[in-house]
Design a protein around this ligand. Structure first.
Ligand code: B3K
Ligand code: ZN
Length: 881
């Protein structure tokens, strides 16, 4: 583990390396505790590098066992080897030479899951961002592009399967029950895309014929016996390959494409060239074990990693500051894919909910950073919602500004220009400027400036002049180390909705550039006047969430209700309804805090009922409409001095009011959506299940809710319904007989299936109430739990910290103390996992003073621990700053 040295890496310090590594030959002699890695690197001194410039290779915890330069052992004085660096003081006079480096690594002891490690007996690697240096000494930076040939040797019995990047070249037997395989990847790549897998796994196979008629052999590898659970992933892969040809003209380039599922993995998956490695949670699925959300995630992540082949692999990042060049763009691509495969409007609402839940708190708290950061201490801490999700929003805005055709032309130009290179955000933007003739210099601030921009909007209608004027004021809030902000270019999609629900068209517009239903806000203030408007319209703003901003609009509740019922933009309908929900919950919160009872206008529950029952709407949309803003959403809207228990009570009161007012309608609707026994994971079927399950959630708040939920649980024929019913029982009914029985039943059925047991942990850890913390502590002793497995830890501890507002933010501060102690413990084995968990503290300053103080004390106790990893040290210090 790299302990915290406090070293800061800066974008402006980038300079090209002194040496290149055009070829990399690796041999792995695999053994569980002592794997011998021999790297033969062809090193090339760059033209302008002096002969005396030392070659400095990165390492991380390495032990050098042999070194040769051009086949000869050098003098001891010619080099220096430490665990984190190999320095060759004077290199040979020839510009090219060969360096042979032998290291011995212990995959079994590697609990950080970076570099070469073992997961359930399978050897696997994870090199992004800086894991390759835990395998051998290298110029471990993304602008060092090299052609790799890899030879793997292992005991055949232990590892009949030997995989690496590229195409298979050769394989055969060796003495002593061992065997070997050689892989060659003809595409030059950075070290972070290197991968090796060796073990005993089952395979499902298929083929894909590319747009130019090349046949690609596809393989998905999973634990023996789990092959049928990989069918959906394979199907998603083939659909992704086809879609990338159709939507972006991108063809696959190797003879094989392999995906391997492993059970110990720090994140979702990894896009290694030709050999994607996946967290098994994002591969394995069938109706019995996976929810509809799991199916949708699998489809999206399979697509995401596949799409990286062009956006990330063939065009990679010059340095890690450019991470969003591959991540934001690839998220944008996977969003578009899912929108095309499913319902675009429903997908958009889900994206916005995720952005607000994960990215807004980042942008609005101590961990705020630009989509392209300028500084980091530990790059692993920058695989954030800002880089990924806001990065995707920025690409989406480029499309909105340029239009579909020019956007595609810009993408084509980017691919043509930079294929085979390590590029920057400037290169990316330049391709769009050149293809469209537009100036994107102000727009580029979206990459450089942190914080969520805000637009405050008022409007006035002049009936006599038939004019509507909208006044818009832009502000960008200060963020850590960036107090002064520049004004941004914000594409604000809008509509003026008339009494008939149709958009009204203006005869002329004055005061801002308005094109194709988008107001281009780029100054502090705009006053936009629309002429020829015959009656006062309802103002629909930021349609489709065209810009990732916050918006306050002075607007009548009737207008919002009208938009919720009539806007032609489905996202805007959802948004209007949810704005009304939020306002109502916040009003109730203030009343409860003032010692009064919560009260709601009956119109709101009636509106919710009408939208839920509108048969012209997709069930998936209705389900999202009925899902109230989360407690965290509400807390963010309130802004500060949060009492999570009162937020919980206010939200529950609205849910109860909606359920009580719509009882009959909801019951009838629930009954009409009854599961017919047929199962398909497609979006329409999933939408019907989602609606039925959210109706159950509401109905469970009424008398005999527990009986209904228990029946739903008992009759469930798929995991979506079963898990939903269990969650309702545990969250809504508390410690009832029904809840206890369902938990026991679920546990005994799925005890052997870790991924399903994660759901069991998750449902209990996300229960409301102070006692959830005690339950989580007890569950840590459950035989299915392990502190070494990231999925288990996230399911139990991550869920408590992020999904049980009243459990984690207990008034006595015990939730904070627990998380602090736990992250310190986890940091000793897996710093990345510990750092990620610690980000749950990021909104501590918005709490009421007593909780704030307790959270701060817990954070300080972590900060004062000796030998913290760079990962955890960085998060905790920035959170406290
Ligand atoms: N590129 C990987 C993430 C690597 C995270 C390293 N800490 C998965 C992805 O975004 O596709
Ligand atoms: Zn990615």
């Amino acid at each position: 583990m790299r302990t915290d040295t406090g070293q800061v890496f800066k974008l402006e310090d980038y300079r090209p390396s002194d040496y290149a590594i055009p070829r990399t030959e690796l041999t792995f002699r695999l053994a569980p505790e002592a794997t011998v890695v021999t790297a033969t690197l062809t090193i090339e001194r760059r033209e302008d590098t002096a002969l005396t410039t030392p070659l400095v290779l990165d390492g991380d915890g390495l032990a050098l066992s042999r070194l040769e330069i051009d086949g000869r052992e050098p003098d001891l004085s010619a080099y220096d080897a430490t665990p984190d660096r190999l320095t060759i003081h004077v290199s040979p006079a020839a510009r090219q030479f060969r360096l042979t480096i032998e290291t011995v690594v212990n995959p079994s002891a590697n609990l950080a899951l970076m570099g070469l490690y073992r997961s359930s007996g399978v050897y696997c690697t994870q090199c992004e961002a800086e894991g390759f240096r835990r395998i051998t000494y290298f110029l471990d930076r993304p602008d060092i592009l090299s052609v790799y040939t890899v030879r793997i040797e292992a005991r055949r019995e232990e590892a009949p399967l030997l995989l690496s990047n590229g195409n298979p070249v050769e394989s055969g037997d060796l003495p002593g029950g061992r065997h070997f395989a050689v892989w060659h990847d003809p595409f030059q790549k950075p070290s972070y895309l290197f991968a090796l897998i060796a073990g005993d796994l089952g395979r499902i196979s298929d083929q894909f014929t590319t747009m130019n008629g090349r046949t690609v052999d596809l393989g998905v590898y999973v634990e023996h016996g789990k092959e049928p659970l990989a069918a959906y992933a394979m199907d998603a892969l083939k659909r992704s390959m086809k879609w990338d040809e159709e939507a972006f003209g991108r063809e696959y380039d190797l003879d094989v494409f392999n995906i391997v599922a492993v059970s110990d993995f720090n994140m979702g998956a990894m896009e290694n060239k030709g050999l994607n490695v996946f967290n098994d949670k994002y591969v394995l699925a069938d109706r019995e074990t996976a929810t509809d959300t799991d199916f949708a995630n699998i489809e999206a992540i399979i697509a995401h990693e596949y799409f990286h082949n062009w956006t990330g692999n063939r065009i990679t990042c010059r340095d890690w500051f450019q991470l969003c060049l591959k991540e934001g763009l690839t998220v944008y691509r996977d969003h578009e894919f899912s929108a095309d495969q499913r319902s675009r409007a429903v997908k958009r609402i889900a994206e916005v909910r995720a952005l607000r839940a994960l990215q807004f708190p980042e942008d609005q708290g101590p961990l705020a950073h630009p989509v392209r950061p300028r500084r980091y201490r530990e790059i692993n801490n920058f695989y954030t919602a800002t880089v990924y999700e806001k990065g995707s929003e920025v690409v989406r805005m480029i499309r909105t500004i340029l239009g579909t055709a020019a956007f595609r032309a810009g993408m084509d130009l980017y691919f043509d220009r930079h294929d085979g290179e390590a590029a920057t955000i400037e290169d990316f933007l330049k391709a769009f400027e050149d293809a469209s003739g537009r100036d994107l210099s102000q727009f580029a601030l979206w990459y450089h400036q942190a914080g969520t921009p805000h637009l405050a909007v008022t409007s006035r209608y002049d009936a006599a002049a038939k004019e509507l004027t909208i006044d818009i004021e832009q502000s960008v809030p200060p963020t850590p180390s960036e107090t002064r902000k520049r004004l941004m270019h914000i594409p604000l999609a809008f509509g003026l909705v008339g009494k008939d629900g149709q958009d009204m068209l203006a005869s002329s517009v004055d005061g801002a550039t308005v094109e194709d239903g988008v107001i281009h806000v780029h100054k502090r203030r705009h006053s936009v006047t629309f002429s020829g408007i015959s009656s006062r319209p309802a103002l629909s703003l930021n349609r489709g969430f065209s810009a990732p901003i916050t918006l306050s609009v002075e607007q009548k509740a009737e207008d919002l209700a009208f938009l919720a019922g009539h806007d032609s933009d489905l996202f805007a309908r959802w948004e209007a309804l949810h704005t009304l929900f939020s306002k109502a919950i916040i009003t109730a919160y203030r009343r409860l805090r003032g010692g009064k009872a919560a009260e709601f206008k009956p119109e709101l529950a009636a509106l919710a009922g009408a939208i839920a029952g509108d048969e012209t709407l997709e069930p998936a949309f209705c389900a999202l409409a009925l899902t109230l803003p989360s407690e965290a959403d509400i807390a963010r809207e309130i802004g500060g001095d949060i009492d999570p228990e009162i937020v919980f009570a206010a939200r529950l009161a609205l849910a109860q009011a909606i359920a009580a007012a719509n009882r009959q309608g909801f019951e009838a609707h629930y009954a009409s959506l009854v599961d017919g026994g047929e199962f398909s994971p497609d979006a329409a079927s999933a939408g019907r299940r989602a609606l039925r399950n959210i109706l159950l959630d509401h109905l469970s708040l009424l008398p005999d809710g527990a009986g209904l939920a228990a029946r739903h649980f008992r009759d469930a024929t798929n995991m979506t319904d079963r898990a939903a019913a269990l969650a309702v029982l545990v969250h809504r009914q508390g410690e009832t007989q029904e809840a206890a029985e369902a938990l026991a039943r679920f546990e005994s059925t799925y005890l052997a299936d870790s991924l399903v047991m994660d759901k069991w942990f998750q449902i209990q850890a996300s229960a409301p109430g102070a006692e959830t913390l005690d339950r989580v502590k007890a569950l840590m002793r459950h035989p299915s739990f392990s502190m070494n497995n990231p999925n288990r830890v996230r399911a139990l501890i991550g869920t408590l910290a992020n999904a049980s507002q009243t459990g984690f933010h207990r008034a006595d501060g015990e939730g904070y103390r627990f998380l602090a102690d736990t992250v310190v413990d986890i940091d000793r084995r897996n710093p990345q996992l510990a750092a990620r968990l610690a980000t749950a503290f990021r909104s501590w300053r918005s709490l009421e003073p007593i909780r704030q103080e307790k959270a701060r004390a817990a954070l300080l106790s972590v900060a004062q621990t000796s030998d913290l990893s760079a990962d955890l040290g960085d998060i905790v210090q920035r959170t406290l700053a």
